[in-house]
Write a protein that binds this ligand. Structure first.
Ligand code: MN
Length: 304
């Protein structure tokens, strides 16, 4: 299957915000090391709570926050407190354990729209120290009718300063009205394109807004055509990730027992104990309890 349609999922911690999730998909769990992709909004946050995700833990991954409209506040157990806006990257490395909250500020107005992605850490780096970085000035490469902002990795020689742990790329692609362009790809990578606008044509076929088109390794470019209002897409890719993963709730793990232990340590943290997940100081409210574990044993899986 090369085109994945999104499924709608209510975001944890709020009933208001529905997200469109394309990764993981039962037929495609990863694209490179990218293992999770939520696309949300636009929603008008005026007079509402907007996004309210209380403190919750992560392990074994990096979170990538990318906004198309509005702003989101990030607070974490390292003491980071950063607003992210369109064109800026918030990159959090969970490593062995971190917790964070993501919120719309009180009194915010206007549209909120964005992407939340996760990148799995490879086994040799998954217990790395937690870290947070805000990148406000990312490289951009321009072509005829084409503008690419590079979040992770590189496109056409424009290289992001953000830290990664596997060969990977992430970029926002903006097309001028009617543009017909070849977007360069890395031959050894698999890629996927998420349509962020209507009227986007990929390799001659229309890609519905919010759908994800997978592109197998071995290609040096993909042809994109924009409609009369221009086009927008998000490019993700990387070397095919050949490790088994066990993703449960906010943990990217390798085994059932590891998930059980992470869950127990997080529930102790919710009760105020000091654990490897720390505490998000300055957050006004309680932390998010983990859901119950399923009755059956969780099993790690390959990408496809
Ligand atoms: Mn999170």
């Amino acid at each position: 299957m090369s085109v994945l349609a999104p499924r709608e999922v209510p975001l944890g911690g709020t009933r208001q915000l529905l997200v469109r999730r394309t990764l993981p998909h039962r037929d495609l769990r990863t694209v490179g090391a990218w293992c999770f992709l939520d696309d949300y909004g636009p929603v008008d946050v005026t007079g509402t709570a907007g996004m309210q995700v209380p403190p919750h833990p992560h392990t074994g991954l990096q979170t990538v926050t990318w906004l198309l409209d509005g702003e989101v506040r990030h607070q974490d157990s390292l003491g980071s407190d950063a607003l992210v806006r369109p064109g800026e990257l918030n990159l959090m490395t969970a490593g062995r354990g971190i917790s964070h909250a993501e919120t719309t500020q009180v009194g915010a107005t206007g549209a909120l729209r964005g992407l939340q992605l996760w990148v799995a850490l490879p086994a040799r780096h998954r217990d790395t120290a937690p870290d947070f970085a805000h990148h406000g000035d990312l490289p951009r490469t321009e072509g005829e009718g084409l503008s690419v902002t590079v979040l992770l990795g590189s496109v056409a020689g424009a290289m992001s300063p953000a830290r990664t742990f596997t060969p990977i790329v992430g970029a926002e692609v903006v097309l001028a009205p009617g543009a017909h362009v070849g977007l360069p790809l890395e031959r050894g990578f698999e890629h996927a394109l998420l349509a962020l606008s209507d009227d986007l044509v990929v390799d001659g076929s229309r890609l519905e807004r919010a759908s994800l088109q997978h592109l197998s390794p071995g290609r040096s470019r993909v042809l994109l055509t924009a409609g009369p209002n221009g086009g927008r897409a998000f490019l993700l890719g990387g070397e095919p990730f050949d490790e088994e993963l066990l993703m449960w709730w906010n943990f990217v793990a390798r085994s059932h027992d590891e998930v059980v232990q992470s869950r127990e340590e997080w529930m102790a943290a919710v009760d105020g104990a000091s654990t490897r997940f720390g505490q998000v100081s300055g957050y006004d409210g309680g932390a998010l309890p983990a859901p119950a574990l399923p009755s059956s044993r969780l099993r790690p899986r390959r990408s496809r």
